[in-house]
Design a protein around this ligand. Sequence first.
Ligand code: BG6
Length: 477
Amino acid sequence: MANFKFPDNFLWGGAIAANQAEGAYTEGGKGLTSVDLLPSGEKRRGFMKGDISSLTPLEGEFYPSHEAIDFYHRYKEDVALFAEMGFKALRVSISWARIYPTGEDVVPNEAGLQFYDDLFDELLKHNIQPVVTLAHFDVPVALIEKYGSWRSRKMVDLFKTYSETVLKRYKDKVKYWMTFNEINMLLHLPFLGAGLVFKEGENIKQIQYQAAHHQLVASAWAVKTCHELIADAKIGCMLAAGSFYPYTCDPEDVYQGMEKDRESYFFIDVQSRGEYPGYAKRFFRDHNLDIVMEPQDAELLKQNTVDYIGFSYYSSRTTSTDPEVQKNMTSGNVFGSIANPYLSKSDWGWTIDPKGMRITANQLHDRYQKPLFVVENGFGAYDELTSDGDINDDYRIDYLKRHLAELGEAIQDGVEILGYTSWGPIDIVSASSGEMSKRYGYIYVDRDNAGQGTLKRIKKKSFAWYQQVIQLGGANL
Ligand code: BG6
């Protein structure tokens, strides 16, 4: 990337989510959320898919979100460290159940509102822009109990009230918003993505796509409200991105790759173009899905499209129609990918593909012609403290450096990128495994998978590296 510098107004920073960082799960009047029901260990994966029998925490299980890294009490110290690295932006999410503990309280919870006021003030004090996701996986449990979460249309009204409350409250402090984190996760981990729980014999596809419609309508309401209330704000969608590569040039593989990408694009096509694409309508017909839509929905979706496309990128995916090839899947990737023989993997089986960042960014740009925002990217890895108390995470630096270099290439290709907030700038709880040992941070947190540790924060080698990247606008990549 010789002689290339990222734009001066580029939003360098990091991204965390309430449920993986805050802890304090019942403090300040917060209600229980879906993620508070996800233990670490073996049960977690089944629960995330919607196979969960109890909506209260179980005896004898460890729930990592309950304390997480205690960001709720320690955010000032953490924000100061982000500021030291030179962050221009921090992506956080608001926990719906901090604001409306049961999801339908008559009056919002002032303690919850005040917490985010304080957090945003602290960020702004350090000239860090808050980039706020309205829903990052956590649904109030009371709404799962009463309405079955997003399977019910009622959720649209409740989300509308919640989003209006926070958009109004923070309109002078927050200028970058996002509606649903990784909205396409609903199809892969439906409890994690949308609080959906299934009963034996139910038509899961029907429920998922009905829930998806409700989220899409709720997202459009949030966009409308944001545009009406905050003239100078931008509000985006958020896709778990990473293009599918066909395993061979057999047209059957190529077609399948396209279809798999469309499974995810489906959501963004509606949020960005404002209508259901033809392939989605055909999919509904072919699978006998009857999605109930209200007459005014089409107009609402059409009129309230997003300003930018936020996306996470961790890896590309590979697909094949050959049953023999299909036997060689990578573990740990929720999107189900065949192992790509040209690429290596992380300890959790996630494919490492820096070039895929450039490919994905270009494809999203070609498809939507809107600014993009890389709101997650990073390398989950085991870190070791040396006897001197250092963490030499050269593997992380290598991953990030190569991905950022490809992002720089994408910018030179003509793709407009608003910013880059790497995932977990401070170690937080892993969403998919519930582990602390899957670390992404520039800042180490002394806490283990069983919740033991002092919670002390320690700078890793990557801390100074990222600080320099930001300082030089990526000129050192
Ligand atoms: C994304 C999520 O799926 O990937 C984050 O938006 C998550 O919440 C991140 O933490 C990394 O995944 P994991 O499972 O390694 O934490």
